[in-house]
Write a protein that binds this ligand. Structure first.
Ligand code: GUN
Length: 294
């Protein structure tokens, strides 16, 4: 049986460490790090996320600025709010919750965020910085996956890694992060010819495809480390009930993998902790504070 990678516990201790550093930042600068979160419309899942982000900010000792706009907000008004937040000295990080309502140009809104406040890591400037090795912000989910991998394995150098999925938010930045750690990286996707065979060569497997329980235990190299980014809701055992499953078939994978993240309780809790991590980084950079000294 594989070791369980406890993302929930790791995220809790990360948040505690960030709260300590945040107190140090506030003592040094006389102000709290600030995160602005913009929510447009009434999307139910987004409302839950935004609330959790707000609570996590407050718990870490940060300032949380919430901006809730109606679904029929004009794109120009949203862009002027982003411009205002870019210029607001109290705001270190800006997050525009996605998806935006139908008809809005998500890309135009995201690109309007000052890259030095882009704590989501979604702007092309942030993607380019990651690609070229410049300091910048990395999207929270892949950053959380990397932290779990380094905690489980230590040095990743020379390991072979397969990332399944090529999204801008997870797959592509994940592959870049692993490359930065000197892994040999393969990005697999829906057109990959022999996916089980590709996965079988990997010491590290990151599954981020959004297909319930797709990766089977017999695809894995024995002892591989498996990070499951999937959050899929499927029908449960009982009539009318649902359950959450990942992109990895946990039941078969746990007997082959060396270490594996569960769903829920693996990657999920890391995302908000990494958002706080990025926000504190943004605040330190803007104030010229050495975070390692906090
Ligand atoms: N919607 C779902 N997850 C995220 C996220 O991490 N950032 C933003 N901006 N929107 C999201």
């Amino acid at each position: 049986m594989a070791t369980l990678i406890d993302g929930k516990a790791f995220a809790a201790s990360l948040r505690e460490r960030i709260a300590g550093e945040t107190a140090g930042f506030t003592a040094k600068t006389g102000r709290k790090p600030g995160l602005a979160v913009v929510l447009v419309g009434e999307d139910a899942a987004s409302q839950v996320y935004v609330r959790s982000k707000h609570k996590a900010c407050i718990a870490a000792g940060m300032e949380s600025f919430e901006h809730r706009l109606p679904a029929d907000t004009a794109e120009a008004d949203l862009l002027s709010l982003v411009a205002q937040l870019n210029g607001d000295a109290r705001v270190d990080g800006i997050l525009v919750q996605l998806p935006l309502p139908e008809g809005m140009d998500e890309n135009a809104v995201i690109q309007a965020i000052d890259p030095d406040k882009d704590v989501d890591g979604f702007t092309t400037a942030s993607a380019g910085r990651l690609l070229t090795g410049l300091p910048g912000f990395v999207a929270c989910t892949p950053l959380g996956c990397l932290m779990l991998l380094k905690d489980a394995l230590g040095d990743l150098s020379g390991k072979s890694a397969v990332v399944i999925g090529r999204s801008n938010i997870v797959g592509k930045p994940m592959a870049q992060l692993l490359l930065r750690e000197s892994c040999t990286v393969t990005i697999a996707h829906s057109r990959t010819r022999d996916l089980p065979e590709t996965v079988r060569g990997a010491d590290i497997v990151v599954a981020a495809v959004g297909r319930p329980e797709m990766v089977k235990g017999d695809w894995l190299k024995p002892g591989a480390t498996v990070i499951d980014v999937g959050i899929n809701r499927v029908p449960g055992e009982e009539e009318g009930k649902t359950r959450l499953v990942g992109d990895v078939d946990f039941a078969s994978a746990k007997d082959v993998a060396g270490a594996i993240t569960p769903v829920p309780g693996g990657v999920g809790p890391m995302t908000i902790a990494c958002l706080l991590h990025n926000t504190l980084d943004a605040a330190c950079r803007r104030e010229g504070v050495d975070r390692t000294a906090l």
